[in-house]
Design a protein around this ligand. Structure first.
Ligand SMILES: Cc1cc2nc3c(=O)[nH]c(=O)nc-3n(C[C@H](O)[C@H](O)[C@H](O)COP(=O)(O)O)c2cc1C
Length: 305
């Protein structure tokens, strides 16, 4: 079965990508499968300078999901380009850089550095991180700011496709999607984590040092699916779906509402081989629901009259 997927110039051998921040720089997962089996790898969020992230504890388990407040800890873009990217099979599998910056200018600068690299297939803008005080959520919740950041990145991205990753922590995700599209985004990804909180009733303290954090995993799938559905209907550019995907059937749900591709996030922590298996087993999963092929199935949701 032909699984090739084209996301506005980003050619993928199959529609299975790994989500930023949940798959390291890919190299950490080499023992669990062949990175070349994946459609793409979205690497950990990168900033111009290294970031230490938020204080510990910054992870908490919740029913059917987890909370994180990592705060974009990363070694910085230079380290990525020097030590990580050359070791990834970027000729066979798309390597997508995930960008984090504290201001519009800085987003543009980071895009300039990354777009010069042959091994980077596309840029994904994180305007939606709920865990950082500067920038982060402030960008992702305001269509005007989403537009500004998208324009700044687009200007410096050269020929690299620009994907804008949207936040579910908004009242009108369609407005955010349209703002990104109008500003020149080549594609969207939806969604980032949902803002959440957990407390310890004995110590009477929040479980995260940051107090609030991003909820991910199966608990958020219905919200993510609804967001993708609304984005697909709001824009003409491809939408990559993610949020709680932990089975082939979950992935099919996102494809059915019209996602061009899917990303696997928190499931990587529980089953480090899951994304590899999903990429391999997708034809079987499609056949099992009677689909003639990926293109024929994608977007085929039947709505009530
Ligand atoms: C530990 C952790 C770190 C993350 N770091 C990033 C990041 O650096 N950049 C980003 O855009 N999203 C980041 N995310 C969000 C995920 O890419 C994804 O959007 C979210 O977890 C929802 O998908 P899931 O439910 O499949 O995990 C992170 C998520 C987790 C759990």
């Amino acid at each position: 079965m032909d699984l090739t997927t084209d996301i506005t110039g980003l050619r993928l051998k199959n529609p299975v990508l790994t989500a930023s921040g949940t798959f390291g720089f890919g190299l950490e997962f080499e023992d669990y499968g062949d990175l070349r089996d994946l459609g793409g790898i979205v690497v950990k969020g990168l900033s111009l300078k290294p970031r230490e992230g938020n204080p510990m504890p910054r992870l908490a388990e919740t029913p059917c999901g987890m909370l994180n407040a990592i705060g974009i800890q990363n070694p910085g873009v230079e380290c990525f380009l020097r030590d990580k990217l050359p070791r990834l099979p970027w000729r066979e599998t798309a390597v997508i850089a995930n960008l984090y910056a504290c201001g519009v200018e800085e987003f543009g600068e980071l895009a300039g550095v990354l777009s010069a690299e042959e091994g980077v297939a596309a840029l994904e803008i994180n305007v939606s991180c709920p865990n950082v005080k500067e920038g982060g959520a402030a960008f992702g919740q305001d269509p005007l700011q989403i537009g500004r950041v998208t324009e700044a990145v687009k200007k410096r991205a050269g020929t690299k496709p620009v994907i804008v990753k949207l936040s579910p922590n908004v009242t009108d995700i369609a407005a955010c999607a349209r703002a990104a599209e109008s500003a020149g985004a080549d594609a969207l990804s939806a969604v980032n984590t949902l803002l959440g909180m957990a407390v310890d009733v004995r110590t009477r303290r929040p479980r995260l040092a940051n107090v609030v954090g991003g909820l991910s995993g199966p608990a958020i799938k219905p919200v993510a699916l609804r967001c993708v559905f609304q984005c697909v209907r709001a824009v003409g550019i491809p939408v990559i779906g993610l949020g709680g995907i932990s089975s082939a059937e979950d992935a099919l749900e996102f494809l059915l509402v019209g996602a061009a591709a899917v990303q696997v996030g928190t499931a990587n922590f529980l089953r480090p081989d899951f994304a590899f298996r999903l990429a391999r087993e997708l034809p079987e999963a499609l056949a099992a629901v009677g689909a003639a092929g990926l293109d024929a199935y994608r977007g085929g949701l039947v709505l009530p009259e």
